[in-house]
Design a protein around this ligand. Structure first.
Ligand code: GLC
Ligand code: CA
Length: 570
């Protein structure tokens, strides 16, 4: 896809002002940080994190340098799926705080220049939602048609489960309604029918509500399922136009709000979510690249990653990939070949209880990489240099571990570790919602923010520096890019170019040192300046640079000098 606007001028030139700062399309150069309010900080000692706690740590987040927070669901909920079972779309869970607390939080975030996006979980509601309660108890209620029913048990009742091994069916008998209802996820999460005009109207109202309270958009849960036509006798088909309608509504209400989709689909299908003209969703999580990133980290074979990057290269000019290492869910490897998946399991999750749903890994990043600082830096540096917007998960900035004693995905959802105090400084309560990690390697006594703050060599300070540098390299997320042909094959070298500047990022996935020769290209290509240390490289007579990389080494190199004078205005 060519990055040109209707006027024939590259989009970036239309959106740039004279000194090269972009005010629009903020998400293109954002750094997103994702967290759950309930596991971040407890302000009132009841053992559960809350908005007052989070608000008091906004300075920490602003200092880290992130520019946008993605809040996992904090709505009233029976919390049987960590809040992804919503019982009221227009509220704040009382244990997370009041509406007043939420608005104060939004105000503080705004003061610090932090944007906020919230999870929009509308593929299904909780079975405790008043809509479902009315739907099941009265067949004539308009709410009945909010959900998807069948009088007889449909043929595929035990097919298409998202949580195999835990979830037994997708159609379950409801004794009150005396019908089967459809649920793509757990049985307490009945699917809403977004193609019912009344439901669609409600969904828009929910979006409008949170936009009016100041959020900058939504992380949209389970989009491929949301847009599916549902029913026992309906041929499964996705209606992408629903996304266009939502986008229209979004932009009428708030011109710079975005939607970030969770849609783990193959590259050619992704284009349907962005829309050919970029008229559907602005952002999608890049699961395709994510899975191959872990394959490469596990094996040092860069070929599938290069392939995945190229396969997700084309997209409309305003569209953007979200690049991430871990999320709150299992690391889903379902789209690798069986051989590739086995290699990742071997390296990062050899024990059965580290694996989940026959396809994924339920561990945190640091334990997967054996707490090897070189590999943690390599993985993060890679994520920050992939063409897209980086999404950091809370706790990964200090290398938090997991607790495999907790069920399913909860293993990697433990409280943030602030200090060596009891419960990692998360709460003063005697008992807390979910225990903090306390093992000898990753426990809060050893891994916490307070200690790492004071240690200039800590992972926390490294992360802060890499975020600052990343924000100074908009060519990564705005620019055009290509993969440079380099040897050995364990090395990935990418060159990004944008607005008259260029950058090269090089990553060595092997556990041994190597020498890499590359051509920097462009008029200033005779010099490469290391952005992370005092180092400059000059090209040899043939125009090539010789780089010596350590095992798991990486470089961020500006093409040309840093102190290039500004071009005079004419
Ligand atoms: C998404 C969420 C996951 C949740 C599921 C059902 O996949 O990321 O945590 O369980 O949707 O809402
Ligand atoms: Ca609390």
């Amino acid at each position: 896809m060519r990055r040109f606007t209707g006027s024939g001028r590259p989009l970036e030139h239309v959106l740039l002002n004279r000194i090269g700062v972009i005010h629009d399309l903020w998400y293109k150069n954002a750094v997103i940080y994702c967290l759950n309010v309930e596991t971040f900080l407890d302000s009132n000692g009841d053992g559960i994190g809350d908005f007052v706690g989070l608000t008091s740590r906004l300075d920490y987040l602003a200092g880290l340098g992130v520019t946008c927070l993605w809040l996992l669901p904090f709505y009233p909920s029976p919390n049987k799926d960590d809040g992804y079972d919503v019982a009221d779309y227009y509220g704040v869970h009382p244990r997370a705080g009041t509406f007043g607390d939420f608005v104060e939080f939004m105000n503080h975030a705004q003061q610090l220049g932090l944007r906020v996006i919230v999870d929009l979980v509308i593929n299904h509601s909780s079975n405790q939602h008043p809509w479902f309660k009315r739907a099941r108890s009265d067949p004539r209620s308009p709410f009945r048609q909010y959900y998807v029913w069948s009088k007889r048990r449909p043929k595929g009742w035990n097919k298409g489960m998202v949580f195999p091994g835990v979830q037994r069916a997708t159609w379950t008998w409801d004794p009150v309604a005396r019908e089967y209802y459809f649920h793509r996820f757990y049985d307490f999460q009945p699917d809403l029918d977004a193609h019912n005009p009344a439901v669609k109207e409600e969904l828009m109202r929910v979006m409008g509500f949170w936009l009016q309270l100041g959020v900058s958009g939504f992380r949209m849960d389970a989009v491929p399922f949301l847009i599916e036509r549902k029913g026992s006798d309906v041929r499964p088909q996705r209606d992408y136009e629903l996304l266009h309608d939502m986008r229209d509504f979004l932009q009428w209400r708030c011109r710079d709000a975005i939607m970030l989709a969770e849609a783990n689909v193959p590259p050619d299908e992704s284009m349907q979510y962005f829309g050919d003209h970029g008229d559907r969703l602005q952002m999608m999580l890049n699961f395709w690249v994510n899975q191959r990133m872990f394959y490469t980290l596990a094996t040092a074979d860069t070929a599938p990653l290069k392939h995945a990057l190229r396969a997700t290269y084309a997209r409309p000019p305003a569209a953007q990939w979200g690049m991430f290492l871990r999320t709150h869910d299992e690391l889903d490897l379902g789209r690798l070949t069986p051989g590739q998946r086995a290699a990742v399991f071997d390296a990062f999750a050899p024990e059965p209880d580290m694996q989940l749903y026959n396809r994924g890994i339920r561990r945190r990043l640091a334990p997967m990489l054996k707490n090897d600082r070189r590999r943690l830096e390599l993985a993060n540096s890679l994520m920050f240099t992939l063409p897209g917007t980086p999404i950091l998960r809370y706790g990964d900035e200090i290398g938090m571990g997991d607790d495999l004693g907790l069920p399913e995905r909860y293993a990697a959802r433990t409280p943030m570790q602030w200090s060596a105090d009891r419960h990692g400084g998360f709460s003063t309560a005697p008992r807390i919602l979910r225990r903090a990690v306390a093992d000898p390697i990753y426990g809060y006594q050893r891994v916490n923010v307070a200690d790492q703050r004071r240690d200039s060599n800590s992972l926390l300070n490294w992360t802060e520096r890499i975020i600052r540098t990343r924000k100074e390299c908009p060519e990564i997320s705005w620019g055009d890019w290509k993969i440079l042909p380099v040897q050995p094959r364990e090395v990935l070298a990418m060159r990004y170019q944008w607005n008259g500047r260029a950058l090269i990022a090089v990553h060595n996935f092997a556990d041994r040192p190597c020498a890499v020769r590359l051509r920097a290209e462009g008029p200033e290509g005779h010099t490469l300046t290391n952005l992370l240390s005092q180092e400059e490289s000059a090209a040899d007579a043939s125009g090539r640079h010789l780089l010596h990389l350590e095992p798991y080494g990486y470089r961020w190199l500006r093409v040309g000098r840093l102190d290039r004078p500004l071009r005079g205005s004419s």
